[in-house]
Structure formats: C-alpha cells, structure tokens
Design a protein. Sequence first.
Length: 213
Amino acid sequence: MTRLLRITATLAVLAVGLLIGERMGPRPVGPPGEGSAAVGFCRDMAVHHQQAVELSLVVRDRSTDDDVRRLAYDVLTTQAAQRGMMLGWLTSWGYSASAARPPMAWMAMPGSPAGPPMPGMATREQVAALERAGPGTADVMYLRLLIAHHLGGVHMTDGLLRPGVPGTPPEVRWLAEAMRNSQRAEIGALRDMLAVRAAPPRRDSIHTGEPGR
C-alpha cells in the first residue's frame, strides 16, 4: 500500500470516529456564540476548503498523471464533505456562512488586504496561473499550492485547539483534530510527490532520451 493510499484509509477511519463521537460524546449547553472561535473556524475553514476543492477540480480535469489525479479526487471529496459538515453546523446553530467580521478575526490574525484572506490560500494570480498551465506544469504548481494550503489549514486547526479556547462543541474539536492529523500526514506525501515531479531531468537522459538511473 502506497503512502498516499494509507493516508486515504486513515481519513476514512477518522471520518467514522467523528460520526461515532458526534453521536455519543458529551455536548455543551446551547450553541457557541456568534463571536466564538468555533463559529469563526467553521466559517473560515469552509472558505479555505472550498479553494482546495476548486484547485483540485482544475488539476483533476487537466492532469495526465494518475497519482496526481487520484490525489486531487481524494482532496476534493474529503474537503467538500468536511465543508458540508461545517456549514451544516452553522445552520443548526442559527448562523449564516458569512459574517461582518473580517476573516481570521477569531484567531486575532486578519488577512492582509493585499494578499490571501487566510493562511495558505492561493492568490487570485496563482489560481489563474494554475488554470493556464499545461498538465506537467500544473501538477507541480498544484502540489506546491496544496502543501502551502495544508500548512495554513494546520495553523488554523492549531488556533482552534490551543489551550484556553472556550465553548467549542466536541464535534468541532474532533473534526479539527482529524483535519490536523490527516493534513500533517499528507504534507509529507505531497512533498515526496513534488520532489519527483519538480526534479530537473538527469543530464544523461537529456542526451540519450532514456530515463536517468
């Protein structure tokens, strides 16, 4: 079993554990407050996940690399499902998916007006460049963007899970922990994939047309 397949299997186990915990675990009285970290996290992470889904759709339909296409499919299905859970919680708590407060205000680190609104998100220019890129170049660009995206996501989960954050429902904590664990593991696999695809061709393969050994 490859490293990426092991991570996919781990995601499935985490999803089952989340569903079991949501049914059996203790719950706080009442929904979290409008200005709480839980509400802010769900709103911002839903946006964060949506960009990962959009990037993955671009590469899934453009790449000719089976491993990259499989990765893109796994990312978009996993993050679309998690996004749906977070938006569902917001609805059940009586909140909209958007807010008047700027992104990341719950973590006291609002995004720069000139840059992406949340850690690890691609800029409009980077997304446009990915959409224009050819298959091989797009694969490398996607892996680089996804590594940064995952690092930003881990940073956001760390913000929610840090000691002293009050009022977070257990199901939100469980999802944040699952995200952090899976994305930390996936970053290593992504870096391995990038190292292979971004490596320059060996000089002997340039002259002979044969794969370098």
